[in-house]
Design a protein around this ligand. Structure first.
Ligand SMILES: CC(C)(COP(=O)(O)OP(=O)(O)OC[C@H]1O[C@@H](n2cnc3c(N)ncnc32)[C@H](O)[C@@H]1OP(=O)(O)O)[C@@H](O)C(=O)NCCC(=O)NCCS
Length: 194
């Protein structure tokens, strides 16, 4: 049945453009700009992310990251994007669609980060609004999920602004910055109003 098919993309996912941003898969040439932005944003990001491995920003770790992303994409398990400002191609952050479940679920989860110098300027709202039609269109998902720590006002605001509905509360859901945290659970369905 066509509806339950696994999407098979042998080529890299295309760049997705809209709302003043460009989302595309990372490649090795992005390392310097990515590492500089992550380093400059370390204090801003680490309270909300899994612990960064000691070598996380090195070229070797980035190469392994790219390889893992490519394998995950080939297997239709996850799609990782960097987010660039369309006007000057500056890297502003990243968004990953992960935990894709096909079959009767047709569901994936989004995670995201923006560099500290680019925060609260609408870039992640633009990126989420741009990726949603790709997920429900080309990737044929039915449901997009996201989760955040209740105290993460920026993430809560982002999800509510981009049409995600709060559906629940999961105890000890993810290990963030070394501690198991309860999370608010959000989702958007393909048929939800745009
Ligand atoms: C969450 C995050 C990705 C939002 O990205 P952003 O580009 O700054 O978001 P936007 O500018 O598109 O803002 C969207 C909405 O989020 C909310 N928001 C963003 N920053 C906020 C802040 N500092 N305080 C309160 N609300 C905030 C607002 O509702 C905002 O809409 P508004 O500006 O019209 O009021 C960014 O803050 C970030 O990377 N934080 C650190 C890492 C993180 O939290 N990752 C997600 C883990 S679940």
């Amino acid at each position: 049945m066509a509806f339950f098919r696994t999407v098979s993309l042998s080529e890299p996912a295309p760049a997705i453009t809209g709302n003043g941003v460009v989302l595309r898969a990372p490649h090795a040439g992005d390392h310097a700009e990515w590492a500089a932005l992550r380093q400059a944003s370390r204090d801003f990001l680490t309270p909300w992310e899994p612990i960064w491995p000691a070598d996380d920003l090195t070229r070797g770790a980035f190469r392994r990251r790219i390889k893992r992303y490519a394998e995950d994409q080939r297997s239709d398990l996850a799609y990782a994007f960097l987010i660039f400002r369309a006007q000057d191609n500056a890297l502003v952050g990243g968004l990953t669609l992960a935990n894709i479940r096909r079959g009767v679920a047709q569901t994936g989860s989004i995670g995201y980060w923006v560099g500290a110098p680019f925060a609260r300027q609408g870039y992640m709202s633009a990126a989420v609004r741009t990726v949603i039609p790709y997920c429900f269109g080309a990737l044929r998902l039915h449901r997009l999920e996201a989760a955040c720590i209740p105290g993460n006002a920026a993430s809560v605001g982002l999800l509510e602004k981009t049409g995600f509905q709060r559906e629940g509360y999961a105890r000890g859901y993810l290990c963030i910055n070394g501690v198991w945290h309860d999370h608010l659970l959000y989702a958007r369905l393909a048929e939800d109003p745009k």
